[in-house]
Design a protein. Structure first.
Length: 290
C-alpha cells in the first residue's frame, strides 16, 4: 500500500483581459439595495443627436469617402440618442475595448492518493482532491479600473475518484481452471470498476438583490427529476431554485421633473423576485461571484 500526499500552489499574473473604455462614469451608479429608477429613467431618455449627419456637412466636401461611410452608420443617421450613450467615454465609437494584462489566477491543490499496487491479481487506487482556484478575469462594474476576483468556472472544489482491477483466479497459472477447455473458456477474465464524485459547476446569479446573509447554505437547489433520461423543469443541472421567503413592496413617487423614484421595503430573506424592485442598469453589482 502506498499513500501519497501532495500540495501545489500557483499564482499567475499579467493575464490578458478585455477592458471596456466606453463606460458610464461611477457617479451615475448607486450601490444601495434600492432600484436606481430615477437616474435610470433620465439616462435612458433621448435628446437630439449631436452626432447627427446634418452636423457634419463640411465633411461631405473635405472627405467625401468618410462622409459616405458615416451616412451608412445608424449612429450618425438617427435624429435622437440616449443620454446614457453621450455620458460615456468615447461616445462616438459606440464602445471601445482594449486588451490589457490586468488578469490573474490563484490556485491551490491538496491531493491524497492511496494505491494498492498489483498483488494477487488485484490493484486499487483512490484519490481525494481539494482545489481552491480564483480568477481575476471580469469587471463587476464597467467603470472599475481593475478586474474582480471570482471562483473559477472550470474547477470543482472537491473531487473523489476510485478504481480497481481484479484478474480472476482462473486460467493457466491461476488457482482454478488451469488447463484444457476450462482454461480456454474461463481464463483471462478481469473485473474492473470505477467511481467519481464531485459537485457541479458554479451558478452565477448575475446582478440580483439578495436580502440576508448571502452564503451557499442560504441558497437551496433541488436536484433534477429525470424522466426518459431528460430532466424535468427545463434544465439538466438545476431543476428549481428556492428564492427564499422575501417579500418586496414597492412604493413609487413622481418627482417634480416628471421622473419617478421607486423605493422598496423588504421582509424575510432570499432573492428579490418582484419585477418592480429589480436592480436597474445603473445599480452596482451587489452579488459577488466569490
Amino acid at each position: 500500500m502506498v499513500l501519497e500526499v501532495s500540495y501545489n500552489i500557483a499564482y499567475t499574473s499579467n493575464l490578458r483581459v478585455t477592458k471596456g473604455f466606453g463606460f458610464t462614469p461611477q457617479s451615475f451608479y448607486t450601490g444601495s439595495m434600492q432600484p436606481n429608477t430615477a437616474p435610470n429613467a433620465v439616462m435612458n431618455s433621448k435628446i437630439t443627436n449631436p452626432f447627427a449627419l446634418s452636423n457634419f456637412s463640411g465633411v461631405a466636401s473635405s472627405n467625401p469617402a468618410a462622409y459616405d461611410r458615416m451616412s451608412l452608420n445608424s449612429y450618425f443617421t438617427q435624429q435622437q440618442i440616449s443620454i446614457s450613450n453621450l455620458v460615456r467615454a468615447y461616445p462616438q465609437m459606440g464602445g471601445l475595448s482594449l486588451y490589457q494584462s490586468l488578469g490573474a489566477t490563484h490556485f491551490q491543490e491538496a491531493l491524497i492518493t492511496l494505491t494498492r499496487r498489483y498483488s494477487q491479481g488485484l490493484t486499487l487506487m483512490a484519490s481525494l482532491q481539494f482545489n481552491h482556484q480564483y480568477d481575476r478575469d471580469y469587471f463587476a462594474n464597467p467603470y472599475e479600473a481593475m478586474p474582480s476576483w471570482e471562483i473559477t468556472k472550470y474547477n470543482q472544489p472537491v473531487r473523489f475518484t476510485a478504481e480497481g482491477v481484479w484478474d480472476l483466479p482462473t486460467g493457466r497459472g491461476k488457482a482454478w481452471a488451469t488447463s484444457g477447455w476450462k482454461s480456454a473458456l474461463f481464463g483471462g477474465f478481469q473485473l474492473s470498476a470505477s467511481y467519481e464524485a464531485q459537485p457541479g459547476v458554479p451558478v452565477d446569479f448575475g446582478n440580483a438583490f439578495f436580502i440576508g446573509d448571502l452564503k451557499a447554505s442560504s441558497i437551496k437547489i433541488k436536484k433534477p427529476v429525470y424522466y426518459n433520461e431528460q430532466a424535468s423543469g427545463g434544465s439538466n443541472y438545476v431543476q428549481w431554485l428556492n428564492p427564499g421567503t422575501v417579500t418586496a413592496i414597492p412604493t413609487t413617487v413622481t418627482n417634480p421633473d416628471g421622473s419617478t423614484t421607486t423605493t422598496c421595503s423588504y421582509t424575510g430573506y432570499g432573492f428579490v423576485t418582484n419585477t418592480a424592485c429589480q436592480p436597474t442598469g445603473f445599480n452596482t453589482s451587489p452579488s459577488p461571484r466569490a
